[in-house]
Design a protein around this ligand. Structure first.
Ligand code: PSV
Ligand code: MN
Ligand code: MN
Length: 424
């Protein structure tokens, strides 16, 4: 389903005067507004192919209807998002949930929608039909070399598929760990995992990166072999310069100071990728910015500061992805909200008066430092985000157009009510 540019322009026309008033006010207040607009316009966040269908829990799933039935339809859905917000120009695939049977065709289809292939994700946390060995007791950590070999070969196959699509990175998230004390040897699990990751690393093309994603718990509930940023950092350091840590916001123990983790990893040149979502309890996979927007802003403050310190390009030098999928919203509406929340936090972080903050820190003026951060956080930057989108040809209100055009009903009538997107 496509929404043509005239339609988007029509909606924009109706909202333009109000938007221009709000924008003019901000431009008067923010001397570097044009620079913020430029950076916002460059920023793209990848959409994971598994977020286009309604998520669920082990207790049930309540599909929205009209979900994409294959990879082509997933690309079409992301094309639609990108058309509306001009900030979702990348897709992240999960193998074998996605099966790019004809890579040239898939690549051309994505290019026609202005979409590139972000990190490839392997899957050694589920057993697939016909698979020889089970991952019940882990994959790369497994005590049996044959199981490890199967997991290594799968990852190498994912790299191969990624090369055919023009992707340049592999994300390895392992659910490996244990559910009970005594179940495994931490040391052997670490050594086996390192050996397996090294064999996969050896197959990476020169310009590729490997992201080692950590997660504190679930599906294992006693230990996880890549359980926190320290373990991921250790693996990434031992593997080499193409290996990086990937931070997923939902993968920490409660109250972890994620912004400090981000700062340290950036300082060491080992932050590679980012999965956005939000949570109140654990890996809830709720809409970005829906629960802890101030934390998201503080994380972006560290991202901006740390990336500037290393002369990194915000838009391209980290892998940005949304990793969320839940039970009760239209997934496309949720993704529009998530991208908006990311851009808002990014814009707010770009407003922080860095020189004043450093000066306040140097004289231990705690109150002034807090005021400087909150001055930026409490600025309503939505007109800046909307203006960046407008300049790129997108919609002032992506959600407004999506609803106005009754996109979900259109998708349901074309694809049916009871479609099931592949994925979890
Ligand atoms: C695991 O919880 C995770 O965040 C990893 O990124 C997976 O690849 C993704 O979710 C999908 O299960
Ligand atoms: Mn993730
Ligand atoms: Mn997760």
């Amino acid at each position: 389903m496509q929404i043509d540019q005239n339609k988007i322009d029509g909606y924009n026309g109706q909202a333009l005067r109000k938007h221009e008033r709000a924008l003019a006010y901000l431009q008067g207040e923010i001397p570097h507004a044009e620079e913020v607009l430029r950076l916002l316009g460059e920023f793209q966040v990848a959409i994971p192919s598994w977020a286009l269908g309604t998520g669920g829990t082990r207790f049930g799933r309540f599909p929205a209807g009209g979900e994409p039935r294959n990879l082509e339809e997933k690309i079409e859905d992301i094309g639609l998002l990108h058309r509306l917000n001009r900030a979702s120009g990348a897709i992240s695939l999960h193998i074998p949930w996605d099966i790019p049977e004809d890579p040239a065709h898939i690549r051309a289809l994505a290019a026609a929608h202005g979409i590139r292939f972000d990190a490839m994700n392997s899957n050694t946390f589920q057993d697939q039909p016909g698979q020889e060995h089970s991952y019940k007791f882990g994959s790369l950590q497994h005590v049996n070399r044959d199981v490890r070999k199967q997991a290594i070969e799968h990852n190498i196959e994912v790299i191969r598929q990624g090369v055919a699509l023009g992707s340049e990175s592999l994300t390895v998230w392992l659910s490996d760990g244990s559910c009970f004390p005594g179940q495994l040897s931490f040391r052997k699990a670490f050594e086996n995992t390192l050996e397996g990751l090294s064999e996969i690393y050896a197959e990476l093309p020169d310009h590729w990166k490997m992201f080692v994603e950590y997660k504190a718990f679930e599906p294992n509930f006693y230990s996880t072999t890549v359980g926190d940023w320290g373990q991921s950092y250790l693996f990434a350091s031992k593997l080499g310069k193409k290996a990086y840590t990937l931070v997923d916001l939902g993968h920490h123990l409660p109250n972890a100071n994620i912004e400090q983790i981000v700062s340290l990893l950036l300082m060491e040149g080992k932050l590679g990728g980012f999965h956005f979502n939000d949570s109140k309890y654990g890996d809830d996979d709720l809409t970005v910015g829906s629960i802890k927007p101030y934390q998201l802003f503080l994380i972006f403050c560290e991202l901006v500061d740390g990336m500037n310190a290393r002369n990194m390009k915000h838009a391209t030098d980290l892998g940005w992805m949304i990793d969320a999928s839940h039970n009760v919203k239209d997934p496309l509406e949720d993704l529009l909200q998530s991208v908006e929340a990311i851009l808002i936090a990014y814009a707010q972080a770009l407003l922080v008066d860095r020189a004043a903050l450093t000066a306040a820190q140097e004289r231990n003026d705690v109150v002034a430092a807090q005021e400087i951060l909150q001055q930026a956080y409490r600025t309503d930057v939505r007109p800046l985000v909307a203006e960046a989108r407008l300049r790129a040809g997108g919609a002032l209100s992506p959600l407004g157009v999506y609803r106005g055009e009754k996109v979900r009903s259109g998708l349901i009538s074309r694809r049916g009510v009871s479609t099931i997107a592949t994925g979890l």
